[in-house]
Structures are given as structure tokens and as C-alpha cells.
Design a binder for this molecule. Structure first.
Ligand code: AMP
Length: 398
């Protein structure tokens, strides 16, 4: 990676300003229900502590819309972090101004401080220059370890780098970029991409960026039906994007010319309404009656995906195969999670691109069995689209 990382700088005696993504899910009584993003940031924090720097952490949490909101305070996150680190974590009641400056002034080498939610100030998301300057004034060097926020040009991810040098990547950022880069350049072949989710419009840039690079494209989820309609098949009441039919046809043509393979579901689980308790049955994809809609891929399709995945050396997956939030339509998505775990055990590199697919992998209990489950939904998608992430692009390079 050309970007400088935390291994390229000396932090002894320095105040290290670290942007982390501690935007963790919380229960109504403000307990952290999934601390994956915190755990993933520990290597960077521990490295700074071990090397005698002091750690100033900043993050956002939820959508407080530019003003302090108690339920979005990072205080419970500071308490949880102190348990994970097995040392006290100080907390500043604001991320700028006196509370932050005083807390930073009292910080000794090896100590750790978490600043209050950046998004309590509207200036954060506006990438306000004065606000970015104030944040930058708290540290001697800047580390960005917030991959999940790297696709946003905010004051704490982009603005701050204009006023604080060096600006480098943390270990989580480095790991994310290294894995996702394998999917975008120089993948081991055969290379299979599995894309799902509601709509083509949400994934079209990923499809177009990956098409020239992959050997097999598997399409599941709601977006498969726009392809079926483009082929003239009856799709009943399934989800369809009428205005994307032309685009679907164009992709079908492109695939033919490129001699790569496009795999669409051969069978579907259909239902008479969008409800977990709806009547349901499995039918071939070209036999969806009117009044019914496809809500999951069927067992024959899972078998075909299995064959492709077994042969593959690199597999990227983004987007569920069906309405996986409803248990009766989650099977296809959970099966893909299982197949990827199996492929990983057999030596393939497997990359799951955040968001719903990451949730499905966790739900199926395979988080540890996948080569890399991204901590960033939107960020991983934009990376796979071939875009430069502003938070990454702003860091110093070799
Ligand atoms: P996306 O954000 O585009 O990745 O879409 C994720 C959403 O797609 C999930 O909430 C799924 O419930 C939904 N989805 C997946 N398959 C279908 C389908 N066959 N019909 C309707 N929605 C679907």
C-alpha cells in the first residue's frame, strides 16, 4: 500500500489523534450490542500505547444531527473500551473547546482518551475548516483507522489532514484496503463475485467496475428480477426496476461478448405477499405466477453457487440473496455465508463487503471463517466501485 501507515511513524511522547469508527449498535438501555468495530480498532490503539504515545480517540455515533443528544453520547463506549483495553479510558465531554483541550493537556504517554461524539457539531459533516483546525490542534500526528467512515469527506476524516502532518492509516484501515484491493486488482482466479440486494441501481457501479475483472458473476436478491424481465420472463409481483431494464439488457449483452459467465437464479422461493407468514413455494425462475413474488433463491440455485464457489480462488460477496430479515426467506443468504466459510477453509480468499451480507455472516456464525468481513458497508461498496475514498485519499503517501 502506498499510503503511509502507523508503522511508518514514531509516536513516543506524541499526542496521537486517531479517528476510529465506534459507531456501534446500542440497545435501548445504552449497552453495546456488537463491539466488532471497537475490537477491530484495538491493534492500532495498543500499538500507540505500547510505543509510549498518548491516544486521543474521536468518532461519531448515530445521527444526532449537529447537537448534543444523550442517547448518542460516547460515554458508554469509553467505559466499554476501558474493559477491552484493561486500562482506564478518559472521556472528554466535548470533542473541541475547553473540555477537549484540558483533557488532552492532562494526558500522559500510554494513556487513552475518547472525545465526545463528533456529530454533536454540525460542522463535522460539513467538513468545516475552523472545526477541522480545532480538532487538528489537539494532536501532534493523525491516524485514520475509521474505514467505515472513509467514504465521507468530513472534518475528522478529510479536513483534519490539511492541518496535521503526518496523516497515516491505522491497522484496520490497512487491513481493509489490502483485502479489498485483492478484489479490485490482481485477484487469484477463478474469481467469482456474488451480488445481491434490492436493486440494480444500488450495485450497478460495482457490477461495471468488476465485470472486466471477474470470471463469474452471480446475481441474486431482488435485482435478479429486473434481469429476468429484461429476458422476457414472467416475474409476477417480484421487485422490478422498469427504468433499469435497458441497463440489464446491456449487461446481459456485455457478458456474452466477454465470455465470462453470469449466473442468475434458476429457482426461487416465492410468496403471495411480503410477509414471513405468507404462503410460499419453490418454483423455477421462469414460472412465477402473477400474484406471487420471488423473495429468496431456491435450493437448485444454491447448488449451482456451490459448484462455482468450490472452484474459485477469490470470492467477493455483497448483498443478500433474498429478504433475509424474514427467517422464511433467509435460507439462500445463510447458505451463501456457509459456502463462503467452506471455500475459505479450502484455501480461497473470501471477502464480504459489509452491511447486510456482513450481518448475515454474523447471524450464521461464520464471522471467523471468512478471510475478511469488512467493517464498512458504504465504504466497501464505494471501494469496489473503484472510487477513491476521501478519507483514504487524504492520507500521506510514500
Ligand atoms: P441493498 O441495500 O440494495 O443491498 O438491499 C438489501 C435489501 O434487499 C434487504 O433489506 C433485503 O430484504 C432486500 N431484498 C433482497 N432480496 C429481495 C427480493 N427478492 N425482493 C425484495 N427485496 C429483497
Amino acid at each position: 500500500m502506498q499510503t503511509l501507515t502507523i508503522d511508518d511513524i514514531l509516536v513516543r511522547g506524541k499526542k496521537v489523534l486517531v479517528r476510529v469508527d465506534f459507531n456501534v449498535p446500542m440497545t435501548p438501555d445504552l449497552k453495546i450490542s456488537d463491539d466488532k468495530r471497537m475490537v477491530e480498532a484495538l491493534p492500532t490503539i495498543k500499538k500507540i500505547i505500547k510505543d509510549g504515545g498518548s491516544v486521543i480517540l474521536m468518532s461519531h455515533l448515530g445521527r444526532p444531527k449537529g447537537k448534543p443528544v444523550t442517547e448518542f453520547s460516547l460515554k458508554p463506549v469509553a467505559d466499554h473500551l476501558s474493559k477491552l483495553l484493561n486500562q482506564p479510558v478518559k472521556f472528554a465531554a466535548d470533542c473541541i473547546g475547553k473540555p477537549a483541550q484540558e483533557a488532552v493537556a492532562g494526558l500522559k504517554p500510554g494513556e487513552c482518551l475518547l472525545l465526545e461524539n463528533l456529530r454533536f457539531h454540525a460542522e463535522e459533516e460539513k467538513n468545516d475548516e475552523k472545526f477541522a483546525r480545532e480538532l487538528a490542534s489537539l494532536g501532534d500526528v493523525y491516524v485514520n483507522d475509521a474505514f467505515g467512515s472513509a467514504h465521507r469527506a468530513h472534518a475528522s476524516t478529510e479536513g483534519v489532514t490539511r492541518f496535521l502532518k503526518p496523516s497515516v492509516a491505522g491497522y484496520l484501515m490497512k487491513k481493509e484496503i489490502e483485502y479489498l484491493s485483492k478484489a479490485v486488482s490482481n485477484p487469484q482466479r477463478p474469481y467469482v463475485a456474488i451480488l445481491g440486494g434490492a436493486k440494480i441501481s444500488g450495485k450497478i457501479d460495482v457490477i461495471q467496475n468488476l465485470l472486466p475483472k471477474i470470471d463469474v458473476l452471480v446475481i441474486g436478491g431482488g435485482m435478479a428480477f429486473t434481469f429476468f424481465q429484461a429476458q422476457g420472463l414472467e416475474i409476477g409481483d417480484s421487485l422490478v426496476e422498469q427504468e433499469k431494464l435497458g441497463l440489464a439488457k446491456q449487461i446481459l449483452d456485455e457478458v456474452n461478448v466477454k465470455h465470462m459467465r453470469l449466473i442468475l437464479p434458476v429457482d426461487c422461493v416465492i410468496a403471495d405477499r411480503l410477509d414471513n407468514e405468507a404462503q410460499r413455494k419453490v418454483v423455477p425462475s421462469n414460472k412465477i405466477p402473477s400474484g406471487w413474488r420471488g423473495l429468496d433463491i431456491g435450493p437448485e440455485t444454491v447448488k449451482i453457487i456451490n459448484m462455482e464457489v468450490r472452484r474459485a480462488k477469490t470470492i467477493v460477496w455483497n448483498g443478500p440473496m433474498g429478504v433475509f430479515e424474514m427467517p422464511n426467506f433467509a435460507n439462500g443468504t445463510l447458505e451463501v455465508a456457509r459456502l463462503l466459510a467452506e471455500a475459505t477453509r479450502n484455501g480461497a480468499t473470501t471477502i464480504v463487503g459489509g452491511g447486510d451480507s456482513a450481518a448475515a455472516v454474523a447471524q450464521a456464525g461464520f464471522e471467523e471463517s471468512i478471510s475478511h468481513v469488512s467493517t464498512g458497508g458504504g465504504a466497501s461498496l464505494e471501494f469496489l466501485e473503484g472510487k477513491t475514498l476521501p478519507g483514504l485519499g487524504a492520507l500521506d503517501t510514500r
